[in-house]
Design a protein around this ligand. Structure first.
Ligand code: PLP
Length: 455
């Protein structure tokens, strides 16, 4: 009988991250300084990031060594299991094989510590004493709180108001690791005060919280900023997911036909997908189908424009070329709070634009319905974010039922849903609503892209 869980030994954890920037068909457009709109220099970024991470951000080296101190902490929960979802397959009556990479086993309950640990480490090495950051659903805030705690640093987390109110226990988790958690927009920063003046009752947004954290970092010498997604170095750190997954499939003498992840800012998807993108681009596995799944309420890859836009609401962060819905797009308060960002990783965006990977969008009720099916077949109660990837895997498996194909499908199961039971509660009591794709809002917001007038 085939093992249900495909495990690796600790000494099989990959020793290097994979950098897809080395293999892109065409180079990335450079980030721009938000004031001058000229390509950002390392000096622009030095105010909020350590040089080591700026180096990784622009590196075109194919593999980057994981520091021993980071590996030591990774070993607390890595390698993570690759699990065959046999009971789900049976329930679907599909000939497809469905596997999931289970990132919910980390201390913070998601994939985010994969980058929180190295980010805290590199900042500590640079003499930084405090990290200021934002958090949407609270997953990144908890992950970086855990990361900074392990390197004896302080941490201030600006948490999107809507989530702060929906998920009070995330705040306690951050406090348990020694961080301070503040609802955003707050009155602590100029950016926060300006937004509150304009929208006093706003539930906040990731873009607004980023503005606050960046301002905090830029105005304090001992403080840097850390971003939990979107940036190239974040995607780089997450590739440990896909690299492990490839070793696990190698043990089965198999290579997946379909590789899936959910997309908020793009990091867990990138982490799973990029090693497979490498094999697709080098011709060793040209047919692997790589899919990002996003919410219909914030459909960045499927309905956004591929343009330069600000990374945050106030326009303090660098301008980057990506799929975007416009930096002041305030997405509806859907339960998958981690998927509410207006933009997307430039690397993921580029690969979508080039047709190397593709994207799909789903409504939250269909996503939660599948999450409940997963709980009742596979046991784990997973995050609403991850459930977008699950839904995509189920759709692909059901297509196989039509065609009779025995495809091997793998999705990144990015986290558990133990702090997201409000979403399950809303699903069970029938109050979970689907937001139609907010076309008018997006159109309004897209008119304000910074570089459109320069053309
Ligand atoms: C934050 C989060 C996401 C979305 O972020 P990405 O950068 O797109 O990966 C997805 N799943 C979980 C569990 C998360 O915490």
């Amino acid at each position: 009988m085939e093992n249900r869980k495909i495990m690796l030994d600790e000494n099989e954890i990959p020793k290097k991250w994979y950098n897809v920037n080395a293999d892109l068909p065409t180079p990335l457009d450079p980030p721009l300084n938000p004031v001058t709109k000229e390509p950002a220099t390392p000096d622009d970024l030095k105010v909020i990031f350590p040089m080591s991470l700026i180096g990784q951000e622009v590196s075109t080296e194919k593999y980057i060594k994981i520091p021993d101190e980071v590996m030591d902490i990774y070993r607390i929960w890595r390698p993570t299991p690759l699990i065959r979802a046999e009971r789900l397959e049976k329930a679907l009556k599909t000939p497809a094989k469905i596997y999931y990479k289970w990132e919910g086993v980390s201390p913070a309950g998601s994939h985010k510590p994969n980058t929180a640990i190295p980010q805290a480490y590199y900042n500590m090495k640079d003499g930084i004493e405090r990290i200021a950051t934002e958090t949407g659903a609270g997953q990144w805030g908890s992950a970086i709180s855990f990361g900074t705690a392990f390197f004896d640093m302080d941490c201030t987390v600006y948490m999107v108001r809507a989530s702060y109110d929906q998920k009070p226990y995330r705040k306690s988790l951050m406090q348990a690791w020694g961080a301070e958690c503040i609802a955003s927009p707050s009155t602590r920063t100029n950016a926060g005060r300006m937004i509150l003046e304009k929208y006093p009752n706003t539930g906040g947004s990731l873009g607004a919280a980023i503005s606050e954290a960046v301002e905090d970092a830029a105005t304090h010498d001992n403080t840097n900023y850390a971003l939990g997604s979107v940036l190239n170095h974040v995607c780089l750190h997450q590739t440990i997911i896909g690299l492990e997954t490839q070793k696990q499939f190698a043990k089965l003498d198999t290579y997946p036909d379909t590789v899936i992840g959910c997309v908020g800012g793009g990091s867990n998807f990138a982490g799973m997908a990029f090693p497979f993108v490498r094999d697709k681009l080098d011709g060793s596995h040209p047919d692997v189908d790589i899919i990002g799944a996003e919410p219909m309420a914030c459909p960045t890859l499927t309905k956004g424009l591929y343009e330069y836009d600000y990374g945050d609401t106030a326009g303090l962060a660098p301008i980057i070329k990506m799929y975007t819905l416009g930096h002041d797009f305030m997405p509806p308060s859907i339960h998958a709070g981690g998927l509410r960002y207006h933009g997307d990783s430039p690397l993921v965006s580029k690969l979508v634009k080039e047709g190397v990977i593709r994207a799909v969008a789903y409504h939250q009720t269909e996503v939660l319905r599948d999450a409940v099916l997963f709980a009742r077949t596979e046991g784990h109660v997973i995050a609403p974010e991850s459930s977008h990837a699950l839904k995509c895997a189920i759709d692909e498996a059901l297509k196989c039922k039509e065609t009779g194909e025995e495809k091997t499908i793998v999705f990144n199961n990015s986290g558990h849903g133990h702090f997201d039971l409000a979403a399950y509660e809303a699903y069970f009591d029938g109050s979970l609503v689907d937001y139609e794709y907010p076309e008018e809002l997006i159109k309004q917001s897209l008119k304000k892209l910074p570089m459109l007038n320069n053309k």
